[in-house]
Structures are given as C-alpha cells and as structure tokens.
Design a protein around this ligand. Sequence first.
Ligand code: AMP
Length: 372
Amino acid sequence: MNIGVLGAGQLGRMLALAGYPLGHTFRFYDTAPPESLPPAAQLAPYVNGRFDDLAALDAFAAGCDVVTYEFENVPVGAAMHMAESRPVYPPPRALEVSQDRMAEKALFASLGIPTPRFAPVDSVDDLASAIAKTGLPAVLKTRRLGYDGKGQAVVRGVPEAAAAAARLGGCNLILESLVAFERELSAIATRGRDGTTVIYPICENTHHEGILRCTLAPSPGASSAAAEQAHRHVAAILDHLDYVGTLAVEFFDTGDGLLANEMAPRVHNTGHWTIEGCRTSQFENHIRAVTGLPLGSVEPLGHCAMVNIIGRAPAADDMLRLGAKVHLYGKEPRPGRKIGHATIVASSASELAGPLEALRGLVLAANQGERI
Ligand code: AMP
C-alpha cells in the first residue's frame, strides 16, 4: 500500500523503516522547508505544505491508500478533511482529544480512569477556585500545544500562580495537582482494524526538564497490580475511540494506584525500545494496524533500556562497543534537541546495569556534563 504520513520527523522515519519490509511505500507531508531535510524526508518522497491548504492535502491524499500521522498537533480539520476521501487512522477524534488537556482528562474521567485533580483556568480570576480544587503545589499548563514540558510551570502560591498564568498567555490553561509520584509509567498498545488489541509490557520513564531521558522496559519497578491497571486503562481508551493504530498513555505511579497524565495518538518515544526489545515493534504494529494486517506478538526479548540522545551524540563506535543499538535521526545537533536514541537489550537486570550506566555516561560526556 501507499501510506501517507502527516508529519516528517523521526517517528515517521521509523514508521517507514518498519513498513518497507512489508512491501509498503511511504510519502510524507509537513510544513518544514524541504531544504531542512526532515528525518523522514531523507528516505521517502516529501511534500512541503500547510495543514490548512486543502487542495495540497487533496493532492497528497490522491496518491495514498491510507493516511496516518506521526505527531499529535496535526490540525483536526486537516485529518477530517482527508478522512472524507481516504481512510485516516488513528481516528481524528483521538487527535482532537489529545490536543486539549481538558478534553483528555475529561475523557479519562468518563472512562473511570483516575487523573490528578484538575481545573480549567481561563483568567486570573479562576485561579483561586482552581487552587481550591487542586491544592498546592500545583502545575499550571497550557491546554494546547504543550510538549516536552514546555508551556508549564510548578506553582506554590497564588501570586506565583498569577505570574505563571500571565506568562502562559492568561487563558486556555489547566491547573493540576502536583503529584508526588514514585515513578512514571507508560502503556503502549496497538489496536487493529478488526478491534484486536496488543498491549506492550509497561515502560518506566525518567524525565529531566520535561524531556524523556531514559525508558526501562518491562518496568522493573511497577507492581503487577499497576501493570494490570495500566493495561485495563489503555484498552478502555482504545475501545472507546474505536481506535486503529498505536496509542501511548502516560501515568504517574503513586505506589497506591495510577493517575493518567496524558495520551499520544501515535507511536511514542517511550516505545522506541520495542524495535529491538520486542518481537514486533510499536512501529511495525502501527503499520500493520493501519493497513489491515494481523498484529504481531509484543513478547519482550529481554531487559531493555532506551536512552535518548539529546543535544550532541557520542561517537557511534563507543555506543556500539557497549552492545547498544544506535538510531540517529539525521538531525543537526542542538542543545535540548532529540537527535537519536540507543537501546540495550540484556538477558537480566544485572547484565543491563553496567552497559546502561556506561551509555548514560557517554551521552552525559558528549553534552559536557549536562544531566541525562
Ligand atoms: P507533560 O507535558 O504533561 O507530559 O509533562 C512533562 C513532565 O512533567 C511529566 O512527564 C512529569 O515528569 C512532569 N509533570 C507533568 N504534570 C505533572 C503533575 N501533575 N504532577 C507531577 N509532575 C508532573
């Protein structure tokens, strides 16, 4: 099949790398200028256009059997427009929910999935009542277009909350209670066109400055009860949305149950370890789902760690010598920019520990001691 992908970043690139062996072809559509050679444009035809240019979207869709997307800020209108002429997976409704933190939390709540306490903030006047609901400390976030911890601030008092609200634009905000979690977990699952669902082993994630640094999977810290809850919650969301494709849901594990933070209607950074660490990767299963093929086994192949390469990359040979599998995305190094990742699969937790420590050390050294 000809698969059209909206967005042309590293997730799209890894989708293509997983889909070519199945005989599919790819084309990408994004707003980045072609001369910037976005990661996916380095391996497939690339159309540079705006997401409100319906004629350009139609021309793109005309060459595709199915359309999917690799980032969640694709305008819902563009996805809905394309869905009039071509199958678009995941459903645009999933896109719509995940673009608004209030809609996302309301969906979780409607499905009985616990979340941090939250309240909308549309003006400075809403702050007192929102704080009464969430308590302090709390996190003030933009409802839309936040990513990697951008567009949010921890607030510990009313004056600080008012200053943060002004900084974040004053309206369309959400206040959430600051969760004292034991660990962050994510559940990644793929649902096929026939409703068949596979759920990957639960991942345990470390963030710094809002950016994912490291994923361990299967999670060494999550209890079986927490893993079971995460599976139940992600399955409920998939079925409710009549979802097709790969979905990620992020949770805070409080040690006394899970609280859902957010979801991403796409393949996810915390699932990159599945390329080497599972029988079928999240990318391959996404492609299988959207093209109507049977889904593959998500059995883990060992104790896995994925380390994001942010800023500058260590020398590839140093990482390879540790037994790591290296994925570089063809992006120019820049402080705070994800330019690749490396994965280690070991046969035991103790065998994983040494190489993981060394790999983290290499990434740290490449970035002159900046914490990873
Ligand atoms: P987000 O953009 O919502 O994924 O937030 C980025 C990171 O900020 C999360 O992975 C957490 O580490 C932290 N964070 C976000 N919301 C909260 C919260 N309500 N309580 C505690 N930490 C949070």
